[in-house]
Design a protein around this ligand. Structure first.
Ligand SMILES: Nc1nc2c(ncn2[C@@H]2O[C@H](COP(=O)(O)OP(=O)(O)O)[C@@H](O)[C@H]2O)c(=O)[nH]1
Ligand SMILES: [Mg+2]
Length: 623
């Protein structure tokens, strides 16, 4: 489905032409009918010869209402520029043409209308040649020019046939699965309640859908949908859509807000954009000046920050950042117009290249300008890459959402980046840029290495300590560590991380202490020095190292045994239990010729690790 919009000077016959083409006069307001002048947007549709229905947005031509024109014209596929044969090109013909050009409306045709008013063919030829000159170097440069009369219907069939040809070449709007409907009208329909209308973009809506109106954030549900006054179960991208909403009242919604599915769009008050100033502007555009911003059906005030120029001369292009008074919904590639607040004058416009810039950019910054131009001109792969750069670490979905590409080409572009190594996919769908990955690997290795240097008698660095030093989200941290373990750049035991070659090594002095302690353990294997004494003798670090090295086994807060003594005691107890079925504390004590303290600690330890089971005064083997 396609939509066209009219353009041209007031009184040149736009609305009358639409009435002749559709059978319905688009001026619906009483005031419009009385003044015989379009004030706000008008809507209609017509069926083309090949059967396609085309939506029509009729705009006001009077300069006082140009801002209403901007609310409707954004989403159109083709413009119908109307020029009265008796008057020729007039100021708003030029201004509308400039706006169509700034919005990069994809196609157009030009109607010289009211030809019934003049018999002077030379005059009409002259008007046509003026028109040709005026559209030079604009998007209407090659647009067909037709001569028509809405009154006599002369040329109307030809006009419709030409429209048919033009639109046939325009692909349907893509369904990106993220519908948004910039609201250009809100009204109450008796018996139905709240209705909003707009040109549906980027996805489809269905009856029953939960919806949200942004930036207010109010939620509701779709009760009904209409396209061209016909009820639909579903509305498709590129169609004029009326949405009957339950859950939100008419007073709560305003023109310029956007209807979306919940959680798919984030309002923003900052935009990065490419800007083109109009060439017949009488003054240059200054940094930090206040401007009116028109985006979709939205209008707000903002400050324009010039990023690559001191000031912008008429006709010049540049990179800008807009700081807005109100939050708006925008995505990359959206077109916008800037106007001077007063007196009202169109300054220029262009394309949004980043709808969620994180930072207030420094002016004249090479890196910022490079990234903006790659965002603007980039291939899908570049756009995906820039999205990943901006997000630092993100999932596939987050990157695709931000890049705002059609799913299939986004996936392909992501694959391309992964294949050529610009992006790295870590375990658990965490995607980061190659430089960031290198940086993270170095950081992890340095931190672990430093830890080993600081605590040579510890087996590794606690996971949590590393995580808090890296300041990463849990998800990213886990992904990074998992990948490093997989790449054998780290090893892990319990909740500790270490360099793969790391071993606990005692120096000569420490070894003497260790040998001394171990000798005491050997001398009385079943009643060795208790933990407090041991620590007093060799120090906490060395004692803990002996545990990590598995030379000592701790069975209670006070008692530890040498590993080999522990093993043989456990073995003996098990054998005894297998032979006798049960064993008492006193029997264990006598078996190892030790004290109650040691035998009790050992048995409670064996209970705790599930080897034995206590039954009254006895222990049994746990099966
Ligand atoms: N003779 C003649 N008058 C026309 C034609 N089209 C429009 N008009 C008249 O021109 C005036 C302005 O037309 P309108 O459609 O309101 O212009 P708009 O401001 O561009 O929408 C009205 O009085 C129309 O009746 C035409 O083809 N022939
Ligand atoms: Mg009109």
């Amino acid at each position: 489905m396609h939509i066209i919009g009219t353009a041209g000077h007031v009184d040149h016959g736009k609305s009358t032409l639409i009435a002749a083409l559709t059978g319905t006069h688009p001026d619906r307001l009483k005031e419009e009918q009385e003044r015989e002048m379009t004030i706000d947007l008008g809507f209609g549709w017509l069926t083309l010869p090949d059967g396609e229905e085309v939506g029509i947005i009729d705009v006001p031509g009077h300069r006082d209402f140009i801002e209403n024109m901007l609310a409707g014209i954004g989403g159109i596929d083709a413009a119908l520029l109307v020029i009265a044969a008796d008057e020729g090109i007039m100021p708003q013909t030029r201004e509308h043409l400039a706006i169509l050009d700034l919005l990069q409306i994809p196609a157009g045709l030009i109607a010289i209308t009211k030809i019934d008013l003049t018999n002077d063919k030379d005059w009409i030829d002259l008007v046509e040649s003026d028109v040709r000159t005026a559209v030079k170097n604009t998007i209407l440069e090659d647009a067909p020019i037709l001569r028509v009369s809405a009154r006599t219907r002369n040329g109307l069939d030809q006009l419709v046939a030409t429209l048919n040809d033009i639109l046939k070449q325009k692909p349907a709007r893509p369904d990106l699965g993220r519908p948004r409907l910039p609201i250009d009208r809100v009204f109450t329909m008796s018996g139905f309640g709240t209705v909003v209308t707009g040109t549906l973009l980027d996805g489809h809506l269905s009856v029953g859908d939960e919806i949200q109106v942004l930036p207010s954030g109010l939620s509701g549900r779709i009760r009904g949908l209409q396209t061209h006054k016909k009820r639909q179960e579903q509305a498709t991208p590129g169609s004029r859509t009326a949405v009957n909403i339950s859950g939100i009242s008419t007073e709560q919604i305003h023109r310029g807000e956007v209807l979306v599915h919940p959680d798919q769009y984030t309002p923003t008050r900052r935009l990065d954009a490419h800007f083109h100033s109009l060439k017949d502007l009488p003054f240059p555009i200054k940094h930090a000046g206040e401007v009116k911003v028109f985006l979709g059906a939205t209008e707000t005030i903002g400050a324009i920050r010039l990023l690559d120029k001191e000031e912008l001369a008429p006709g010049e292009e540049g990179w800008i950042q807009l700081e807005l008074r109100d939050p708006v919904i925008a995505v990359r590639d959206d077109k916008y117009i800037l106007r001077w607040p007063s007196p009202g004058e169109t300054l220029g416009g262009g394309i949004i290249v980043d709808a969620q810039p994180k930072n207030r950019h420094k002016r004249f910054d090479e890196g910022v300008l490079r990234s903006l131009s790659s965002l603007a001109k980039g291939s899908p792969a570049d756009v995906i890459f820039e999205a990943a750069v901006a997000l630092q670490t993100a999932s596939t979905d987050e990157i695709i959402k931000r890049a705002r590409l059609e799913e299939q080409s986004a996936q392909a572009a992501l694959k391309e980046n992964l294949a050529n190594g610009r992006l790295i996919a870590l375990e658990g769908d965490v995607i980061i840029t190659y430089p960031l990955w290198v940086d993270l690997q170095n950081k992890v290795q340095t931190l672990v290495q430093d830890y080993h240097r600081q605590f040579p008698l510890r087996g590794g660095m606690p996971r949590e300590e590393l995580k808090s030093k890296l300041k990463l989200s849990s998800k990213t941290f886990s992904a990074v560590i998992l990948q490093l373990l997989k790449n054998k750049l780290l090893k892990e035991f319990d909740s500790f991380l270490a360099r793969p070659g790391h071993e606990i090594k005692f120096d000569a002095g420490q070894q003497v202490q260790v040998d001394g302690l171990m000798r005491k353990f050997m001398q009385s294997p079943h009643s060795p020095p208790n933990i407090k004494e041991s620590k007093g003798e060799v120090g906490e670090e060395i004692f803990n190292a002996l545990i990590e090295l598995n030379q000592l086994v701790v069975v209670s807060p006070e008692v530890a045994f040498r590993k080999q003594d522990y093993d043989s005691m456990v073995k003996t107890i098990k054998e005894t239990l297998r032979a006798k079925g049960q064993i008492s504390l006193a029997e264990v004590r006598d078996l190892f010729d030790t004290s109650r303290k040691y035998s009790q600690a050992l048995l409670e330890h064996l209970d705790a690790i599930g080897v034995t089971l206590r039954a009254g005064d006895f222990r049994k083997l746990r099966s």
